[in-house]
Write a protein that binds this ligand. Structure first.
Ligand SMILES: NC(=O)c1ccc[n+]([C@@H]2O[C@H](COP(=O)([O-])OP(=O)(O)OC[C@H]3O[C@@H](n4cnc5c(N)ncnc54)[C@H](OP(=O)(O)O)[C@@H]3O)[C@@H](O)[C@H]2O)c1
Length: 298
């Protein structure tokens, strides 16, 4: 017998330390020490008793996500600049039987973000889920791309996202954990042709969000905060107006998608519920691509 096999047998013969011994499961097979008894899949996705904050929840993808979280049982605060839109979403969530609130925030303004954080924690006693959905795009030819467009894009999509995440992460750490979901974009993974997406700052900002997802996931894990992203492809929202302006451009845009259609409400809300919920309890630092196959088409 070689020494490697001998040493392995010796190690295997030793009893496992107490905390590594798998706990028995009701269904008869062993689970990890932190998993505990078996939970039904419906319960894993159930957000009853949780409270979520969704930025940009007044329209578009943010509204889809807010509805999904509410349908899964969460109470939801939606926040953006246009309070009337957020109030409209909140009314939809209330009609679903949830508690919902609308607050205003300008994510390009640091003082406004701090005011939002204070208003949120003055309205509810806990935030379990933060969805950083709000975002802007600034389209302009690359060689003439204005620095104002660059700064605006980074102010909302990166700086504001981070500032709010940090404020909410402090609260979540004190409360014992939480789930943060950024809404990134497949544009953060790749370059794009000038004719199709002349928005260089947007792609760079979403790339920053993708990296932030991973780094935050690693750094916040000790506080039991999971951090993940959703990377949408083309969703039919106001953000697509910059490709609708020119005749035929939207069609050219959609031609690139293997599933041959833009995304809608039912395409994104399940992804958000999954990442926010205990169904993703062992998922952190992940970027869930929801794009009809666009990115893998190459
Ligand atoms: N649509 C797509 O094809 C697509 C693809 C990939 C990724 N995404 C991402 O998905 C997210 C949502 O986009 P969408 O498609 O739903 O676009 P949208 O309809 O234009 O919505 C953008 C949202 O962001 C909010 N927002 C913008 N600037 C803000 C600011 N300074 N402070 C606070 N809120 C602000 C807007 O609310 P107010 O105007 O009321 O402030 C609005 O609710 C964005 O992060 C976007 O980058 C979209």
């Amino acid at each position: 017998m070689c020494w490697v096999v001998g040493a392995a047998r010796q190690i295997l013969a030793k009893p496992l330390p107490e905390k590594l011994v798998p706990a028995p499961r009701e269904c008869g097979y062993p689970s990890g020490p932190e998993v505990g008894p078996r939970v039904r899949v419906q319960e894993l996705f159930d957000l009853s008793g949780r409270t979520a904050l969704v930025t940009g929840g007044g329209r578009g993808i943010g509204r889809h996500i807010a509805i999904g979280l509410a349908e899964a049982g969460a109470d939801v605060i939606v926040a953006s600049r246009k309070l009337a839109n957020c109030e409209e979403t909140a009314a939809q969530l209330t009609a679903l039987g949830r508690r919902a609130w609308a607050l205003s925030v300008d994510l390009a303004d640091a003082a406004s973000i701090d005011a939002l954080a204070a208003a949120v924690l003055g309205t509810v006693d806990r935030i379990d889920i933060l969805v950083n959905n709000a975002g802007v795009i600034w389209g302009a030819p690359t060689l003439e791309y204005p620095m104002a467009g660059w700064d605006r894009t980074f102010a909302v999509n990166v700086r504001g996202l981070w500032q709010l995440s940090q404020r909410m992460a402090r609260h979540m750490a004190e409360r014992g954990g939480g789930s943060i979901v950024h809404v990134s974009s497949i544009s953060g993974f790749r370059g794009s042709l000038e004719e199709k997406e002349p928005a260089i700052a947007y792609n760079a900002a979403k790339g920053a969000v993708n990296t932030l997802t991973k780094d935050m996931a690693v750094k916040l894990a000790r506080h039991r905060i999971r951090v993940n992203s959703i990377a949408p492809g083309a969703f039919d929202t106001d953000m697509m107006d910059y490709v609708r302006g020119e005749p035929g451009r939207l069609e050219r845009f959609l031609e690139q998608i293997p599933l041959a259609r833009p995304g809608g409400e039912d395409d994104v809300k399940g992804a958000a519920v999954f990442l926010a919920s205990d169904a993703a309890a062992y998922v952190t630092g992940h970027n869930l691509i929801v794009d009809g196959g666009w990115l893998v088409r190459g």
